[in-house]
Design a protein around this ligand. Structure first.
Ligand SMILES: NC(=O)c1ccc[n+]([C@@H]2O[C@H](COP(=O)([O-])OP(=O)(O)OC[C@H]3O[C@@H](n4cnc5c(N)ncnc54)[C@H](OP(=O)(O)O)[C@@H]3O)[C@@H](O)[C@H]2O)c1
Length: 293
């Protein structure tokens, strides 16, 4: 292993060793800064092809280097960490996946095979993949998490919407994101829609009315039980969602706005600590919301 893959002795400050995949992206750069600031965590490695060879903290916008060099291959990083003994000082190894829907599972599988507990923020991990991952993690006695939204306010928005939905027979979800987002609907909207459809005692009214769409998609994506999701993509937005609940003569709007990526970091840190406490896969930050950090 080239020595620049190892954090310097001064960086070894915590019992959780963390690798960040996607460390050159908007989320990954915030995650690098957040992990470096934690006394119980150590950044062991950072993957990002764009700035391979450069210091992860400097690329994330810090003034001082952390000694962790960005690399382009996760597989090579994991094998170097293992063969060099760099993982041994740490009680737990956690890998944060923040790339894109086409690469997330490949990275996750590599992390799990190397004994890392995955925290997946990337959207697009399907239900069947979650089930398989749960089986693999459980048999390896490792914890892992798929977190559709790391923002604590967004988790509360979903919780309040689920509670309110039992009193309404009409619901529409509108999610709004920046125009560089690669997938639609968002993981948060998907998670909200499934949760509302699972917990409503009978189908929402939209499931019963089949109006003609003169242009396909005009009524949004249809989830089970008549939950409709509409995706808006515009420059300048970050991540926003409204759940609109209506009955005759009244409308309840539950809205959450993320204005920057820093808002996701308390949730990222909770999930990193959270996956060290159980085995198998948890879906959603709500599993790690006990107490205030
Ligand atoms: N769960 C949440 O709360 C939450 C919040 C915001 C965003 N997200 C999701 O998190 C993901 C990342 O978002 P972002 O805004 O940070 O995206 P971004 O700025 O586009 O960054 C994407 C990152 O993925 C890496 N990447 C892209 N293609 C890759 C490949 N083929 N192999 C290896 N690395 C690759 C990029 O690195 P290089 O190109 O340098 O290799 C970069 O570091 C997205 O799926 C987004 O929807 C989740």
């Amino acid at each position: 292993m080239s020595s620049n893959l190892l954090p310097p002795e001064s960086c070894i400050n915590g019992s959780i060793g963390v690798v960040i995949v996607g460390a050159t992206g908007n989320m990954g750069k915030e995650a690098v800064k957040a992990v470096l600031a934690q006394p119980d965590m150590t950044l062991l490695g950072a993957v990002g092809r764009r700035y391979a060879g450069e210091d992860a903290a400097l690329i994330a916008g810090e003034d001082t280097p952390c000694g962790v060099t960005l690399v382009s291959s996760l597989v090579e990083l994991l094998s170097s960490l293992k063969t060099s003994g760099a993982l041994e000082p740490y009680e737990h190894w956690v890998g944060i996946e923040l790339t894109n829907p086409t690469t997330v599972m490949e990275h996750t599988n590599s992390l799990v095979q190397a004994g890392f507990r995955p925290v997946i923020g990337t959207s697009g991990v399907e239900e069947a993949q979650q089930k398989t991952l749960n089986r693999v993690l459980t048999s390896a006695s490792l914890g892992g998490a798929v977190i559709p939204n790391f923002a604590i306010g967004a988790v509360l928005m979903m919780r309040f919407a689920k509670e309110a939905a039992q009193y309404f027979d009409n619901v529409e979800i509108v999610e709004l994101h920046h125009n560089k987002k690669l997938d639609a609907p968002s993981g948060t909207a998907h998670h909200t829609a499934l949760s509302l459809s699972e917990h409503h005692p009978h189908p929402f009214n939209a499931a019963l009315v089949k109006e003609a769409e003169t242009i396909t998609g005009a009524r949004g994506a249809e989830f089970p039980n008549g939950v409709r999701v509409h995706s808006v993509r515009l420059p300048g937005l970050v991540a926003h969602q409204e759940v609109l609940l209506a009955s005759e003569g009244q409308l309840l709007t539950i809205r959450h706005d993320s204005f920057n990526r820093q808002c996701f970091m308390p949730g990222v840190l909770r999930a990193i600590r959270g996956v060290t406490t159980h085995s198998g896969l948890k879906v959603g930050l709500e599993h790690y919301l006990q107490g205030k950090e």
